[in-house]
Design a protein around this ligand. Structure first.
Ligand SMILES: [Zn+2]
Length: 366
């Protein structure tokens, strides 16, 4: 167990002294397939707790359930696993959490969580492989129980944090080899961290036990890990956006709700580039146009997008309400009445029902 701690220590020393340091090529040979039979008693307890927490999450919802997306992420996991432990993929599953935060975490039982916000922020498969490689290492190298042990051994917060950062560095280092050996471009490993650093830092949701180094320090470590190593290899940006087409939509929707216009625009552009006629995409486009145009000068463009959306989702109440109000604003009375009446028929006790009925009456009288 102690031996596994040494490479992390070397990283710390190398960074502090500024000397050249090369990560150990064989570092990940220590990765093993954890099973209930092989782990320690402490580990088993963590595993069972993780099972319970995972079941609760599955019951409570809040996950973006998409079997096609989960299968795609699992293919990357399998590709990352070295031949000798490829069968470990049977004990891994990836859950997608609906959240605009950039989050990824690995639980002691092999459940990996990534957020829709993170998936949308990353630009290609090599980048998500970098994050998954990091989380896989936490799981396969039993970092949760190593941290737990450290927490029990010391009352010092400083030492606990030190241990936590050391494990982060180890996960980064091992991930870099997993990514390179899987044939992905290592340059994207660094870029993935740049994207994450720009947004703040990656937070490990599962846990108080993991804290990440502050971004500037971590970026220094990441650059040292990849420095001088070959780049080239697969990036797979197209395949990534194909797989993320729905996630991009979810993410654009959240961004719009938060009035994060630039982020919404970028994400929606990527979605519509893959599915130009997507009704939900067109609906979000109409909302985006309206957010960018508080004076209503671009109403015709918004209406065009609303109408394209209606072809696919004619009975979406939210859409009917929005398009009805927009028709009203531009004086298209008949169409306004039709859309708003249809909305009220679908949602008879809408909270704004009284106001909308008054609008309809006024429109009919004018
Ligand atoms: Zn981590």
């Amino acid at each position: 167990m102690r031996a596994a701690w040494i490479p992390g220590l070397l990283v710390a020393i190398a960074v502090q002294s500024g000397c050249r340091w090369r990560p150990d090529r064989e570092e990940y040979s220590r990765l093993a397939i954890p099973t209930m039979a092989t782990v320690t008693a402490e580990d088993r307890r963590l595993w069972e707790e993780a099972d319970e927490a995972e079941s609760r999450m599955l019951e409570q919802g809040g996950l973006h359930r998409d079997p096609r997306l989960e299968a795609y992420l699992m293919r990357i996991v399998s590709r990352l696993l070295p031949e000798a432990i490829r069968s470990a993929s049977a004990s891994v599953r990836v859950h997608v959490v609906e959240s605009s935060e950039l989050m990824a975490s690995a639980a002691a039982n092999g459940a990996i969580f990534v957020s829709t916000g993170l998936l949308a922020a990353l630009r290609n498969e090599a980048q998500i492989a970098s994050v998954l490689g990091h989380e896989l290492t936490h799981y396969l190298a039993r970092h949760a129980s190593i941290q737990q042990l450290a927490n029990l051994e010391t009352g010092s917060t400083v030492r606990r944090m030190h241990e936590s950062r050391r494990l982060e560095r180890e996960a980064d280092e091992v991930a870099s080899w997993l990514v390179q050996d899987a044939g992905y471009d290592l340059a994207e490993f660094e870029r993935a961290y740049e994207i994450i650093a720009q947004a703040g830092d990656l937070s490990d949701v599962d846990a108080a036990w993991l804290s990440h180094p502050v971004p500037p320090v971590r970026m220094t470590i990441i650059r040292r890990i990849v420095e001088g190593r070959k780049s080239g290899g697969e990036v797979a940006a197209e395949r990534y956006d194909d797989a993320m087409v729905d996630v991009l939509l979810v993410s654009a929707d959240i961004a719009l709700d938060r009035f994060e216009i630039d982020s919404a625009q970028e994400t929606l552009d990527r979605h519509l580039a893959r599915q130009p006629d997507s009704p939900r995409g067109q609906f979000l486009l109409a909302r985006l146009i309206q957010q960018q145009d508080p004076k209503g000068e671009a109403a015709p463009a918004a209406i065009l997008a609303f109408e394209r959306a209606r072809k696919g989702i004619p009975d979406d109440p939210e859409l009917l309400r929005a398009v009805g109000l927009t028709y009203r604003k531009v004086g298209r009375r008949e169409e306004a009445i039709e859309a708003l009446e249809r909305y009220l028929k679908l949602v008879p006790d809408a909270p704004d029902g009284a106001i909308l009925r008054a609008y309809i009456e006024a429109l009919g009288n004018s």
